[in-house]
Design a protein around this ligand. Structure first.
Ligand code: ATP
Ligand code: MG
Length: 491
């Protein structure tokens, strides 16, 4: 316990409480994490009295001008070092059926602990002189911590029905901490799941993201599935579950397969969006599933349909709709390409095309593909990994030579226009594509000189005459500062 209290601001809080004859406690997540020896960056202080007044005194003592006050919530927050300390007055809450916003009144420490979601989140430590460091643990949270159990302090049905977000929090904490939800609570989540309807998508998704970011996310997804929550908040994922049989042939259960991929990738990355790409990589399998006699089960086009499904899923879950979504879409779309490359005799051209299509995200794509190997046969896994290694080596080799990842056309559309003295038209796109294809197919190297010759030839074919020379264009480019020096032809 002593190390938990090794935070300088606690002494200041203790002094002020004594001077003003108030009581202050550190409570909730900080106490839990400290007993679990986990780092936590936010500290909640509960005060018997006004949280805002107390915070103002602490800020003044720290010589601090900046204090964020949230009048509506009766809370105030200040930052010290990399810690965020939030002050709130002890309160009592009562709920009405249609909202997760409670009616709040001042209360005792006990009232405040009663309104907390789980026994392990309801523990407080006194910061008062007479019993500094005493653990106030009315629901025996410390035993639940030892037994790794998530349990509500009061009747679970009331707790979950009052604020249904707590059901998501229960699963999130169990997944994050590798805890088990107590049986009665678990049954109660099943019964109350429909109540999630009154919770905003943003709040649900915050918890979902924490599940995705937990050390072994499959644990949280399986709990969401068994309680019926998954069907409510993410039916596309629920649809992955199940196995069909026809002609004596079964396909694999794509729910467990996807979870294995997600667990695999979570061993090597903390990136939320790369993990989301794993969640969604096979999302269109249920919709593309087909039994074809002679061929067995197929999922033709699931990568493309999956790519198309991502935006509607992101929109409904209120996930961001720009960069991160496009990144996830791209990985879903491309997730079969490295597999194809590793199975056939690959041409350099096919590898350059993948480098071009994946661009900067090629390493993440390879990581996803490696996580996608879920065979139980170690020989098979070994074989696939070795193949991917070869693909990676070949990529590195070609990238060093041709710089495809950040492909910039060696001659811009504007310059093509200038050279042939033509208005913006189809031919410019045709020439640009022609140059790009020639580079990707290895017909010409990726540099200006080679591209120039090739462009002039193609122009002739299209009936276009050059009006400027190579030197003219280089001079114009130099003036504009876009080409620093003519790129020398590589041998
Ligand atoms: P983390 O910071 O890792 O999300 P935490 O337990 O600190 O975990 P917060 O959301 O920061 O979670 O909340 C701080 C404390 O407030 C919790 O420990 C809990 O005591 C209480 N709390 C938060 N949300 C709820 C809720 N929906 N119902 C009841 N108590 C809650
Ligand atoms: Mg917290």
């Amino acid at each position: 316990m002593e190390n938990c209290l090794n935070v300088p601001v606690f002494e200041i809080i203790s002094d002020i409480a004594a001077e003003k004859n108030l009581k202050a406690f550190v409570i909730g997540g900080f106490v839990r994490d400290c007993l679990l020896r986990r780092n936590s960056k936010d500290i909640d202080i509960v005060v018997l009295g006004s949280g805002i007044d107390f915070a103002e005194k602490v800020a003044r003592r720290l010589g601090r001008k900046k204090l964020s006050i949230f009048k509506n919530f009766g809370t105030a927050m200040l930052k010290t070092g990399d810690l965020e300390v939030e002050f709130v007055g002890a309160r009592k809450e009562s709920y009405n059926r249609n909202s997760r916003k409670p009616v709040v009144e001042d209360g005792s420490l006990e009232d405040d602990q009663n309104r907390r979601d789980f026994t392990i989140n309801a523990m407080a430590i006194s910061l008062n002189k007479e019993d500094y460091g005493r653990l106030v643990d009315p629901f025996n949270g410390i035993t639940d911590l030892e037994k790794k159990i998530i349990r509500t302090p009061l009747d679970p049905s009331t707790t979950f029905s009052d604020d249904p977000l707590r059901m998501m929090r229960a699963i999130r904490f169990a997944s994050q901490l590798n805890f088990r939800i107590d049986d009665v609570c678990f049954a109660s989540i099943r019964e109350n799941k429909e109540r999630l309807k009154i919770v905003s998508a943003e709040r649900i998704t915050d918890e979902l993201n924490k599940i995705v970011l937990s050390p072994k996310p499959s644990a949280g997804f399986i709990m969401m599935e068994t309680t019926g929550i998954l069907q409510l908040i993410f039916p596309e994922f629920q649809a992955l579950k199940g196995v069909d049989e026809e002609g004596g042939q079964k396909h694999k259960d794509n729910f467990y397969h996807t979870l294995k991929v997600l667990d695999n990738i979570s061993l090597v990355t903390d990136s939320l969006w790369l993990r989301w790409a794993a969640v969604l990589h096979d999302i269109a399998k249920p919709l593309t599933k087909k039994y074809e006699p002679g061929l067995g089960w197929t999922f033709h086009g699931h990568e493309f349909l999956g790519y198309k499904m991502v935006p509607s899923i992101f929109r409904r879950l209120k996930l961001p709709l720009h960069e991160s979504m496009h990144y996830v879409q791209k990985l879903v779309l491309l997730h079969l390409r490295p597999i194809v490359l590793s199975q056939e005799i690959v041409t350099d051209s096919a590898i350059r095309r993948l480098l071009f299509d994946a661009g900067e995200d090629i390493d993440d794509l390879m990581t996803l593909c490696e996580a996608d190997i879920t065979s139980k046969n170690p020989q098979t896994v070994k074989k696939h990994l070795a193949n991917f290694k070869k693909v990676r080596e070949k990529m590195a080799e070609l990238e060093a030579r041709d710089s495809i990842r950040n492909f910039q056309p060696p001659i811009s559309g504007d310059n093509i226009q200038l050279v042939f003295n033509i208005p913006p038209c189809r031919e410019i796109g045709t020439i640009k594509n022609f140059l790009k294809d020639a580079i990707l197919d290895g017909i010409i190297p990726n540099n200006f000189d080679a591209a120039w010759e090739h462009m002039i030839e193609k122009g002739k074919e299209l009936g276009l005459t050059p009006h400027l020379s190579k030197e003219d264009i280089l001079r114009i480019e130099n003036q504009n500062g876009t080409i620093e020096s003519p790129s020398p032809s590589k041998p």
